[in-house]
Structure formats: C-alpha cells, structure tokens
Design a protein around this ligand. Structure first.
Ligand code: UDX
Length: 442
C-alpha cells in the first residue's frame, strides 16, 4: 500500500531515501531547512554526484510522487511516516558524533504530531540515542503514546546509493522492546516491495539496531586497515599484497571484498563513525575493547604519510622544484565527495612541503577547490601530468585505470608512476618504460 512519507534532511542519505521511497510507489515529501538546496532538488538537480540518482529524482518529481518543502507543519499534516536522515558529523575537537541536527528534527517535529505517527531514524548515532529520542517524542507529541520512534539504519554506499536503497543486503529495524507499537507493521508496509524480494528483515531492540550500523562500518574499516598493515609487511619482505588478498579472499570466511590495500579509507562515514564508536565505548566504560579501533584509525592515517614519503623518494629525495601530478581527489571513484579524502590530504601535504602539485578529478574538482583552494587544479589528465616528475593515482576512477602508458609518457618530464590504489597493471606500465611503485608490492 502506498504511504505518505516525509524525509527530514535532503543531503546524501535523505535525498536518496526520499527519491527511492517515491520510486517504490509512496508519496514523499523531502524536508530541509536549506531552501536553496530544496529549490535545486525540486528542479530535478542534485547538489552532489551520484550515478543513477538524477533519473530517479526527476522521474518521481514528474509523476508527482516526490515534492520538497521547508515546512515541518506541512510535513506533519501530510505524512504519518517520518524518516530522519540528517547528518551526524564528528564534533569539532572531539571524537564523538554531533547529534544537534537529529535532536533539532525531533524537537521541531514531535510537537506537531497530532495523529498516530511513526518516526524512523536513519542517521548513524551512538547507542542509546534512539531510546532517549523515543522518550522525547512521547513527551512532546500531542498524541502521546500514539507517536513512536524506531531505528532503521542505512547502509548505502556512495556511488551505489540507488541500488543499495532499492535492493539492500538487509533491512534492520530497532523497536522499543517494552512498547513495540506499530513501527514493525508500518515498516513492512513501506518496504513491502523489498520484502517480496526476500530481502532479510531483522527486527531488534533499539540499541542493537544502532550498534549494527556502527559495527558494520567498524568492521569494514578494520578489514581495510588489516590489509594495509599486511601491505606494510609485504613491503618489508618483498611479497605482493594484491596476490595475497586474492589468495586469502578465496576463503569464504574471509572474502575478497574490502581487502584492497592502498591509501586507505576516507569519506563522510567510515572515519567519523569509528571515532564516534571509540568515544561511545569510552563513555560506556567499554573503552578498552576499542584500542583495536584506535589502531585501525592510526594504520589508516599512516598510509597517507607513507604515500608522501614514497612520492618524495620518487621525486629524488626532495619536493623542492618537483612537479607532482595527482590523479583523483574524491575519497573513492564514482563520487564527488572529498570529505576526509586521503587523495586530497596527500596532495595537500606534498604541496605544503614544496612541490608544485597539479590535481585532476573527473567529478570532484569543485568540492576539492572549495576544501583546498591553494592546490593547483588542471582541466584534464594530460594537463595535470604536463611536465610531471611523478604521477600519482590516488582515486581509482575508470578513466585513470584505463590510461595508456605510452600516451601519458608524452606529457610527463619523467616516467614515474605511483599507484596509490593498486589499480594499474605493473607489467603494462613497466613495459612502457615507466618506473612503477604500488602499495605492498615489490
Ligand atoms: C561506507 C559503507 O560502506 C556504507 O555501508 C555506509 O553506509 C557508509 O560508509 P562509503 O563511505 O560510501 O560507504 O564508502 P565505501 O565504499 O565503504 O569506501 C570507504 C573508503 O574505503 C573509500 O575511501 C575507499 O576508497 C576505501 N576502501 C574501500 C579501501 O581503501 N579498500 C577497500 O578494499 C575498500
């Protein structure tokens, strides 16, 4: 059955969720305090790059199932199913997550709930947040106990946001186990098309649902740092980490995915989520268990420094007077997101140490320029590499992995390439006369 849904927050998560709920056949209102952003979305324009999402957005605006508003009152009058999809960034100067946007949605929305409603939290929050917010909703809502809050974490990846939302690996729903209410029935209705595809649906208590999300991200981060630690050992022994990852990945208990060694993880989620996890565990008195995640974080950050050292060595021992081409600024391919991007961090460090750095990325140039205005930005691969002493591939865009080493050789001053994502064929580049350096490879 089609439901009337409001989605609060129209950033990455919210815009995707709103558009995909409309795609499932629901009537959806996207709500945000940023009216400029709403204007763009209503015109079918996305403020970020996400393959496939513009089509879903436009299709559902045109068929009338998706609209946008800054008005909470309109949302409360229109919908009885509400999703909270605002950001929970890292607090300035602390490891913990900043919950002010989530709190603000609940404080503004709950007093307007004058008929039975369910609020589903989607944002990533520390355990205990949902129970606290559930209490607030019942306190503030005129309908009292007929307003309830459940937690429905989101696992979408940038670059695959539409697919991950329409065909998730699993749907997790945390409900108040003391007073389960209607949340499960409403969620079954909202996600009926997915449940028909037999996508696993797990109903848990609130804290478990919150922790499922944080643990999933912590595990993924651990997997990446594990292989990067192995890469350090490979470097010391002359072994090849890519071949090693293929070999251990055949063991179904281990699995090959998320075992790509390189310059490590970045983005708007993994780094801040593991830090929030460490902070939360500390507050709960379970901090010791999270020495592990601190190590995961430091292995990850160490990759960036190692990459700078590798580039310095490749430039002949000093960056002074060296020209370095950096291909990639986004934290991963198929995204224009540069939040905590290892690529930009490395480019920035190298430039600060005296090199002339020229950066090119197929989609993230505008965001990169905003974050690091002092770097030099090129209009294409060729001009980024013009006269370069060292070329560095720091984001594995298809456009870079398919580069022709013979063609590129015409632009550079010196044929030295550093493959920060182990995404090129070492033989192919060496055969074309390049000095190739990967990560955790001889
Ligand atoms: C992540 C989680 O995957 C997703 O489930 C959650 O909802 C949000 O956080 P995302 O931030 O889009 O998604 O990126 P992801 O694809 O997980 O990649 C994270 C980072 O890890 C990227 O910088 C990527 O380059 C890096 N990475 C990934 C590696 O270094 N090696 C790998 O093997 C995989």
């Amino acid at each position: 059955m089609s439901r009337k849904i409001a989605v609060f927050g129209t950033g990455y998560l919210g815009a995707t969720h709103a558009a995909c709920m409309a795609e499932l056949g629901h009537d959806v209102l996207g709500v945000d305090v940023d009216e400029a952003k709403l204007g763009k979305l209503a015109a079918g324009e996305l403020p970020f790059y996400e393959p496939g999402l513009p089509e879903v957005l436009r299709r559902n605006i045109e068929n009338g199932r998706l609209r946008f508003t800054p008005s909470y009152q309109e949302a409360a009058d229109f919908a009885d199913v509400h999703f909270v999809a605002v950001g929970t960034p890292q607090k300035h100067g602390e490891l913990a997550a900043d919950l002010r946007y989530v709190d603000a949605v609940i404080e503004s929305l709950a007093p307007l709930l004058s008929r039975p409603s369910v609020i589903f939290g989607k944002s990533t929050v520390p355990a205990g947040t949902a129970a606290r917010l559930n209490g607030r909703v019942r306190e503030l809502a005129p309908v009292r106990d007929q307003a309830e809050l459940a937690w429905n974490p989101e696992f979408l990846r940038e670059g695959f946001a539409v697919k991950d939302t329409l065909h998730p690996d699993r749907i997790v729903l945390g409900v108040d186990s003391a007073r389960p209410g209607n949340a499960e029935a409403v969620a079954r209705d909202v996600y009926a098309p997915q449940l028909e595809q037999n996508i696993p649906f797990l109903v848990t208590d609130l804290a478990t649902a919150e922790l499922v999300k944080t643990s999933a991200n912590a595990f993924l981060a651990t997997k990446i740092s594990f292989i990067n630690a192995i890469a350090e050992v490979c470097e010391a022994t002359g072994a090849d980490v890519s071949v090693l990852a293929d070999a251990i990945g055949h063991d179904a208990r281990i699995g090959r995915r998320f075992l790509n060694a390189g310059i490590g993880f970045g983005g708007g989620c993994l780094p801040k989520d593991i830090r929030a996890f460490i902070a939360m565990a500390g507050e709960l008195g379970a901090g010791q268990a999270f020495a592990l995640l601190r190590e995961v974080d430091s292995i990850n950050m160490r990759r960036r420094n190692k990459m700078v050292e590798l580039a310095r060595e490749a430039a002949g021992g000093s960056f002074i007077g060296a020209r370095i081409a950096v291909l990639g600024a986004a934290f991963k391919p198929d995204s224009d997101d540069v939040r905590d991007s290892p690529a930009l961090n490395i480019a920035g460090q190298i430039q600060l140490q005296g090199a002339a750095v020229s950066v090119y990325d197929p989609e993230a140039m505008q965001n990169a320029r905003q974050l690091f205005p002092t770097l030099q930005y090129a209009t294409d691969v060729c001009s980024a590499c013009s006269g370069a002493d060292v070329v560095m591939i720091l984001t594995e865009w298809g456009q870079f992995t398919s580069l022709d080493p013979y063609e590129l050789a015409k632009s550079v001053r010196q044929r030295t390439i550093i493959d920060g994502r182990n995404c090129l064929s070492p033989e192919g580049w060496r055969n074309a006369g390049w000095t190739y350096r990967g990560i955790g490879k001889p």
